[in-house]
Design a protein around this ligand. Structure first.
Ligand code: PLP
Length: 397
């Protein structure tokens, strides 16, 4: 697994891609907030028109020097030949999928994938004559059975971000290669620090940079990394012309976030262990879903392909009433109810909010589920908040 070599990580985060001589030796690179660049000769301009992937000094919708510093670091973290940075994770997912299929093709997608990916494969792609099979990713045979002659993509997310099911990335990559199928994996949960999909044989690794890379809940972003040929293909088909690139200021925020990603992820992972142990000891908690928990059904696979697990988990409450879900959700002082994750702050999200109040069905465990993101706060500060919430539902069924 990568980054046993901490020195390599320090070099990537602190030095790689920086060209301080060209900006007055500033320690921090400037935000090159410009749309366009002055060009000296017609010959140069002609070259750039032929291929805007080759220059970061034509137009910011294609490339920009601030974004390029980030690209170098993110490629190195993934041990990839190249990467592109999008204006959101969802944009990155759309580009990866749509640039590799045409009408008549077939996609295999893992069950319980992130909402944007589910939407793209189930709602968007079919409008263009592309079909999808959703499979339970825990078992490799399900992929084997779903493969057709027209299958072009196997789309993975390991672990998934509500139910935390894992797929055996190495085995699926081998299967796909034998059938000439492209593999894509959403690696937002682990980031390259905790899992390296490309090293396991996956073709394209996606991250929502909004989460651990940004780390401060102040900018969206998305990354796709892989072989240069694939990245160049995505650039020419679904990046530059369709206006998917990140803005220089947002790239700069991601660069700033990236400087401390190792500290934040380690702290978040450490605090999470304490919270998982605490929640498992609570009478009102029926089940905790966390891939690095010793009781987790896929713990062996988790330890095989992941270096660590991050701050995202879910747990089910024992309750028969929707009211209890609401009282619990609203009882916290420190932990905020909000979507997203990967920042400094802990967040909770009740599964019951997906359905109408009147449709609450306690026999459906997903409606009694909370997704919890554990940030980098003091664990006792969070546990005190949980104690308050459990106390509020003490007398409720
Ligand atoms: C948030 C998220 C995305 C989408 O990223 P955005 O930056 O919000 O568009 C994709 N996958 C996972 C697992 C996520 O958590």
């Amino acid at each position: 697994m990568a980054y046993t070599e901490e020195k390599e990580l320090s070099f990537i985060l602190n030095e790689l891609g920086e060209d301080r001589d060209s900006y007055y030796n500033c320690i921090v690179p400037p935000i090159m907030q410009t749309t366009n660049f002055a060009i000296d000769t017609v010959d140069e301009l002609r070259e750039y028109f032929k291929d805007d992937f080759k220059t970061n000094q034509l137009y910011t919708r294609s490339r920009n020097p601030t974004v390029d510093i980030l690209r170098k670091k993110l490629s190195a973290l993934d041990h990839a030949e190249d990467c592109l940075v999008f204006n959101s994770g969802a944009a990155a997912i759309l580009a990866c999928i749509m640039s590799n299929v045409k009408s008549g093709d077939h996609i295999i997608c893992v069950k319980n994938s992130y909402a944007a990916a589910s939407y793209i494969v189930n709602e968007w792609a079919p409008r263009f004559g592309i079909s999808t099979t959703i499979v339970d990713g825990k078992n490799i045979e399900n992929f084997q059975k779903a493969i057709r002659p027209e299958t072009k993509i196997i789309y993975l997310e390991s672990p998934t971000s509500w139910t935390f099911e894992l797929q055996d990335l190495k085995a699926i990559a081998e299967l796909a290669k034998a059938h000439n199928i492209l593999t894509i994996c959403d690696n937002s949960y682990c980031s390259p620090l905790f899992q390296q999909p490309l090293a396991l044989g996956i073709d394209l690794s996606i991250q929502s940079a909004t989460k651990y890379i940004g780390g401060h809940s102040d900018t969206l972003g998305g990354v796709v990394s892989g072989k240069k040929e694939q990245i160049e293909h995505i650039f020419h088909t679904h990046f530059a012309e369709l206006g998917q690139s990140i803005q220089p200021f947002n790239a700069w925020l991601l660069l700033r976030g990236l400087r401390t990603i190792n500290l934040r992820m380690e702290k978040s992972a450490m605090v999470t262990r304490k919270i998982v142990t605490y929640l498992k000891g609570k009478e009102r908690v029926e089940k905790v879903f966390f891939p690095f928990d010793e009781d987790y059904p896929q713990i062996e696979l988790a330890k095989k392909q992941m270096k660590n697990a991050c701050g995202l988990l879910s747990f089910q409450l024992r309750t028969t009433k929707e009211e209890t879900m609401e009282v619990f959700s609203e009882a916290f002082s420190h932990i905020k109810m909000a979507v997203s994750w990967g920042g400094y702050e802990s967040l909770i999200l009740p599964g019951c909010a997906i359905k109408e109040k009147s449709a609450f069905d306690p026999s459906d465990p997903s409606q009694r589920t909370f997704r919890l993101y554990v940030g980098i706060e003091n664990p006792d500060y969070l546990i005190e908040d949980f104690e308050k919430a459990f106390k509020q539902i003490e007398k409720l069924q």
